[in-house]
Ligand binder design. Structure first.
Ligand code: HMG
Ligand code: MG
Length: 328
């Protein structure tokens, strides 16, 4: 029995729970652990460990990995080694390696590295965007206007993030229209996919339903991803609601790490292990091997000053301990 073995989720016939078509049985997971997962950590994780972490995630079957950020090193010291990480990272065929880019300076830095995608990031509220990237939403969109085509001309794809879609640490409740308008602008600019961010983990299944109701007919659901932080334990329930509405791309962090340094109260992202476990048990496939994913989380767990919050990860540890204690 491997360390990651745990209770096996009862399997449903492929797509049965969702009334899905064959194509709709696949969920693409965008692993943001090396970026969102680490950006708020107190302990600086060495470049070597970051590289090993990304490699272990790829070995687990993840095909979209957000590796780092080309932001100001003083704004997020944990990603100050972005260039070094990309320089040391062996690439695997069929994997999309990406990084956050806030402006032209960030794009310049990204283009000097070998990567497949950049992600521009803004939000639904001026207060958060102001604290995070020191500009208004409108200014951020102006700032991205040359960044997106610049990346596309260089052969990269571009993802967009719309943060604080469900709530803002500075403004409170946020109307769906606020984020939808920003997502429309990002699509018009040339982003291939937009990730809708619940930055501080306040979304509920009801709020996700209301958001998607408002977005229906305005945003293409087959090009939307959802990015849930699990601060209040609702992330998986939110995913299930989004799946019912046809969303098939979710962002998550191995081990449940994560949080934005400029969003007070933000805690870990939905743990990739918990997401994969729930999806597989629902009859959906992800291409991710859970045992190997737990091993990837272990690569990073050893370097931090606290345990990983992911539930499946913790259960896997307990199962491993029980197995060790069992008489052989
Ligand atoms: P600024 O100070 O307004 O920048 O920061 P500026 O354009 O005025 O330039 C000031 C100096 O910074 C200049 O240097 C620039 O060259 C330099 P100087 O001439 O004075 O020597 N500079 C840079 N250096 C390196 N890389 C760059 C860069 N840009 C300017 N890219 C800035 C604006 C956006 C740069 C800064 O606020 C920043 O880096 N913010 C990043 C914040 C961040 O990374 N937050 C976390 C990620 S977002 C998130 O977690 C949410 C998400 O997960 C989704 C969700 O959960 O909702 C994505
Ligand atoms: Mg985030």
């Amino acid at each position: 029995m491997s360390a990651a073995d745990g209770p096996v989720a009862p399997s449903a016939p492929a797509g049965a729970a969702l009334g899905a078509t064959a194509d709709a049985d696949h969920v693409r997971i965008v692993e943001v652990g090396p970026r969102d997962g680490l950006q708020n950590e107190r302990v600086f994780v060495s470049t070597q460990t970051k590289v090993a972490f990304v490699q272990a995630l790829v070995a687990a079957g993840l095909r979209d990995v957000e590796v780092s950020s080309f932001v100001h090193p003083k704004a997020v010291p944990q990603v100050a080694d972005a260039e070094a990480v990309f320089a040391a990272l062996p690439r695997s065929e069929g994997v999309r390696y990406s990084a956050l880019v806030p402006n032209l300076r960030g794009l310049e830095r990204a283009l000097a590295c070998e990567l497949d995608e950049i992600a521009v990031f803004t939000g639904s509220t001026d207060s958060f965007v102001g604290k995070n990237i020191r500009m208004t939403i409108a200014e951020s969109l102006e700032r991205f206007a040359p960044v997106v085509p610049g990346a596309v001309d260089a052969g990269l794809t571009v993802r967009g993030y719309v943060s604080t879609a469900f709530g803002c640490p500075y403004e409170g409740a946020v109307e769906p229209q606020q984020g939808i308008r920003v997502a429309e602008r990002l699509f018009a600019m040339g982003c291939r996919e937009i990730s809708i961010g619940d930055t501080i983990g306040v979304a509920t299944p009801g709020a996700v339903t209301r958001w998607l109701d408002a977005a229906e007919g305005r945003l293409p659901f087959d090009r939307l991803a959802m990015h849930f932080h699990d601060t209040r334990g609702t992330a998986l329930a939110n995913v299930m609601v989004a799946l019912e509405r046809g969303i098939r791309v979710f962002d998550s962090c191995a081990g449940g790490l994560g949080g934005c340094p400029y969003a007070p109260g933000a805690s870990g992202n939905l743990a990739t292990e918990d997401l994969v476990y729930a999806l597989h048990g629902t009859g959906l496939e992800t291409g991710v091997d859970l045992d190997a994913l737990v091993l990837a989380s272990r690569v990073i767990a050893g370097e931090l000053d606290h345990g990983l919050p992911g539930r499946y990860f913790q259960a896997a540890r307990v199962n491993a301990a029980v197995e060790l204690l069992r008489p052989h």
